[in-house]
Design a protein around this ligand. Structure first.
Ligand code: ARG
Length: 257
């Protein structure tokens, strides 16, 4: 086998390029921001197919403050953190709760929304399941990789049906494939407000956890994390955050357009 200088040089250049970019993070004008868009009102597809919601608008507003265009990329929820770790995404905005486990793999911005989990059941089972504890050991539906999935697994070990999207979990509950859906409360409330889709579904009155959403970036991209925090602080100070919040949370879903 003959030694090829150009081949060796190529792979050296390649390795250098890779290590350069892995450490210094390319400076592009556009931030690639991942989400999982079945989570209304935070991220979902509008009728024309475009992605919209509270998170999408917050991220665009932050981008504007810090001088970046924002490209929202839709992917499975459990693929988001791996995509940051392999630098396929610059950031994640996906109603993602800041947890100690996730914080070992990605960096989080300052919290931008306070949330918590609640449980939906079918009205027909309301007498049987007056509180969350009474659902222990029952089959529960969740979205894969979420804090709802982790909490459901504690309530009903080995009896959790995990779906790629949240609407599939809701549908399975309606179809009597499980006895409860454990999910973020604002999404449950938005779903309940859509009277057609949620007919026969009700919420248990307990809030199971206190969670805060953060925007995730690569663990070592301190610069972007700082910029995002700066943008977030600015939109909080100049009223943009409040305007977006008002639009998505203070109006009934049907009134919003
Ligand atoms: N807040 C929950 C979590 O961090 C659920 C987030 C799901 N987000 C989504 N876009 N589907 O696990």
């Amino acid at each position: 086998m003959s030694f090829s200088l150009s081949g060796a040089l190529k792979s050296l250049t390649c390795a250098a390029a890779l290590s350069c970019c892995a450490i210094s993070f390319a400076q592009a004008d556009t931030l690639r921001v991942g989400t999982e868009a079945t989570f209304a009102p935070f991220e979902f597809a509008a009728e024309d197919g475009s992605l919209t919601g509270f998170d999408v608008e917050i991220m665009q507003a932050i981008g504007k403050e810090i001088g970046y265009d924002v490209e929202i990329v839709n992917m499975p929820f459990d693929g988001l953190i791996p995509a940051i770790m392999t630098a396929q995404l610059d950031a994640i905005i996906a109603a993602m709760s800041i947890t100690p486990e996730r914080a070992k793999r990605v960096a989080f911005s300052d919290p931008y929304y306070t949330s918590g989990l609640s449980v939906l059941i079918r009205e027909e089972t309301a007498a049987k399941y007056p509180k969350v504890d009474s659902l222990k050991g029952q089959p529960l539906c969740v979205q894969i990789g979420t804090t709802g999935a982790m909490t459901a697994e504690k309530l009903s070990p080995g009896k959790v049906k995990a779906f790629n999207t949240e609407p599939e979990a809701f549908m399975e509950l309606k179809a009597r494939g499980c006895e409860g859906v454990v999910n973020d409360r604002p999404i449950n409330l938005y779903f309940l407000a859509q009277s057609n889709a949620s007919e026969g579904i009700t919420e248990l009155p307990e809030i199971l956890t206190a969670e805060q959403y953060g925007i995730a970036t690569h663990l070592h991209n301190k610069e972007l994390q700082a910029k995002i925090n700066e943008g977030l602080a600015k939109i909080r100070a100049n009223g943009t955050y409040d305007k977006i919040y008002q639009k998505w949370f203070k109006l009934a879903p049907t009134d919003k357009e």
